[in-house]
Write a protein that binds this ligand. Structure first.
Ligand SMILES: Cc1cc2nc3c(=O)[nH]c(=O)nc-3n(C[C@H](O)[C@H](O)[C@H](O)COP(=O)(O)O)c2cc1C
Length: 246
């Protein structure tokens, strides 16, 4: 590797830019019911795709591709595939949660003007990939990193993104003509929105609460210690400050 390459400065970003990054992270939402029909300008779409393409990837394999779906007929077929899977899914929840599940809005396939299917080509970089020699699933995780980049860029652009995963993946693959060896990773509904919910909708609906971060931390080893308790408090305070900047 080139040893004399000039490095870019490693100072923190200027305060307003730093605040912008955290703001995008904390106000990003999964969007389903708030889409506006306005088309997404090509320049913005281009920026979202470019952000996705600059995600980290195992061995720099860049396993992703993006199927951009605007055609209403194709989206109608995808919506039908969702409807079928959604009906099957309802039967998998316990009786007391089934009606709540059925009432949730879990997609905006037809209301959003553009859908993007992010895929993973598991063979893109040949049989031996740096970092994937022992854990084969790393390429799938890389494609998910691309999704997250796109999602945050969309928030920065004032757009909404909704991830729809309630599909028979094979059916989705056939509708979009995706070759069998390519894995659909995420089906995203993208568009302008009326606004963002302040909290995850599943949290607001009482489906599940946000877990307190400090209950998810382990220092040095799985388990607690006095030091752990102190650090947990610091993390808790920092998280509170980031989520509600002065
Ligand atoms: C892998 C993955 C799959 C998801 N699938 C769906 C889905 O099928 N339908 C849906 O409405 N939301 C889906 N979501 C969105 C989550 O429900 C949402 O991220 C979570 O409730 C937290 O809300 P927030 O994204 O608004 O913060 C998915 C999210 C992820 C990361």
């Amino acid at each position: 590797m080139e040893k004399t390459a000039t490095l870019l400065p490693a100072e923190p970003l200027p305060e307003a830019e730093r605040a912008g990054v955290y703001r995008a992270i904390f106000t990003r939402r999964d969007t389903r019911g708030e889409f506006l029909p306005d088309p997404v300008p090509d320049e913005i779409l281009g920026r979202l795709l470019s952000a996705a393409h600059h995600a980290p990837s195992v061995g720099f394999m860049q396993p992703w591709s993006f199927v951009i779906v605007r055609d209403r007929e194709v989206r109608t077929q995808v919506h039908e595939a969702f409807r079928q899977a959604h009906a099957e899914a309802a039967l998998m929840f316990p009786d007391e949660k089934r009606e709540t599940y059925r009432a949730l809005k879990l997609e905006g396939i037809l209301e959003s003007p553009v859908n993007i299917c992010v895929t993973c080509d598991r063979d893109r970089a040949g049989p031996a990939v740096i970092g994937r020699t022992h854990i084969r699933a790393m390429d799938l995780f890389a494609s998910v990193c691309a999704v997250q980049n796109l999602w945050l860029a969309a928030r920065a652009e004032g757009l909404g993104v909704g991830w729809v995963s309630i599909f028979d993946n094979g059916k989705l693959q056939r509708i979009l003509g995706i070759p069998r060896r390519i894995v659909p990773i995420a089906y995203l509904c993208v568009g302008k929105v009326r606004g963002y919910h302040p909290k995850p909708e599943l949290e607001a609906a009482g489906w599940l609460p946000r877990l307190p971060l400090e209950t998810l931390l382990h220092f040095d080893r799985w388990g607690a210690s006095e030091e752990t308790e102190r650090l947990k408090r610091v993390v808790h305070e920092q998280e509170k400050a980031l989520r509600s900047p002065a």
